[in-house]
Design a protein around this ligand. Sequence first.
Ligand SMILES: C[S@@+](CC[C@H](N)C(=O)[O-])C[C@H]1O[C@@H](n2cnc3c(N)ncnc32)[C@H](O)[C@@H]1O
Length: 253
Amino acid sequence: MIDHPSINNFLADGFGLRQQLAQFLNIDLGTLDQRLPKSTAKLAELHPGAFSAVAGALEQEVERFYEQEVGAGHLYELCAWHLRSAPYIADTLRVQSLIATGQHLDFGGGIGSHAIAAAQLPHVDQVWMVDLNGWNRNFVNERAQSLGLSHKLHCVRDLSAPELPEKFDSLVCLDVLEHLPDPAEQLRIFANKLKPTTGSALFNWYFFKGFNWEYPFHFDGPEIVEDFFKTLQDLYLEKFHPYLITARLYSMR
Ligand SMILES: C[S@@+](CC[C@H](N)C(=O)[O-])C[C@H]1O[C@@H](n2cnc3c(N)ncnc32)[C@H](O)[C@@H]1O
């Protein structure tokens, strides 16, 4: 299979990622390059260690963390990761290109590498990137504009935004499910948002806080994880793809 040109563009420089982020944050490239290697540790420092809320309030506490506490933290962290692990991210873009079509949803899109790549695919009509973090949405809007993709790429805070289509042809949710207090419920919401017979989804997850506690914000409770896998296996049917990565493709059962 020949790669879509967007894959090579991503591998070249992450779609101009460093320059765009430096410009967006109004810092020079040298300052950005010094900050990038520390970005995971800085993000971990922001986290309270454990969410302390009683049942029911947990969701709000987690939302507040991603919407208000993280600030530009994810921009640095995701920029460093996408540049450092470009071949891995490129593989996720290749898998995405197997399913992305029509009305395409990127849930928790971060710095927008996947949304930008999807918007370059001719069989994708519109890309809808959902992200709680306003810094991320503003950055991706700016990137889309500079790449001439604003007519196809739109950012919204959550799935209740009125401009979203009722159903999606395809969706990706990469490196997000472990950030949610109830990832099984998110799978149910996605199942309801996908077109029933033709819709496809791309998911990955990492329910682990890291060998050195690098990811204190990841949920890893055994009950949460068990509920997630039961729901996944109830609702979705896995489809084979040839890329050797942890991202999994699904249709609805
Ligand atoms: C680790 S990043 C992954 C970003 C991107 N998908 C990628 O693979 O690079 C997780 C993203 O999920 C977003 N997020 C966390 N909770 C969310 C929620 N409840 N709704 C929407 N976005 C959320 C964060 O703001 C962050 O951008």
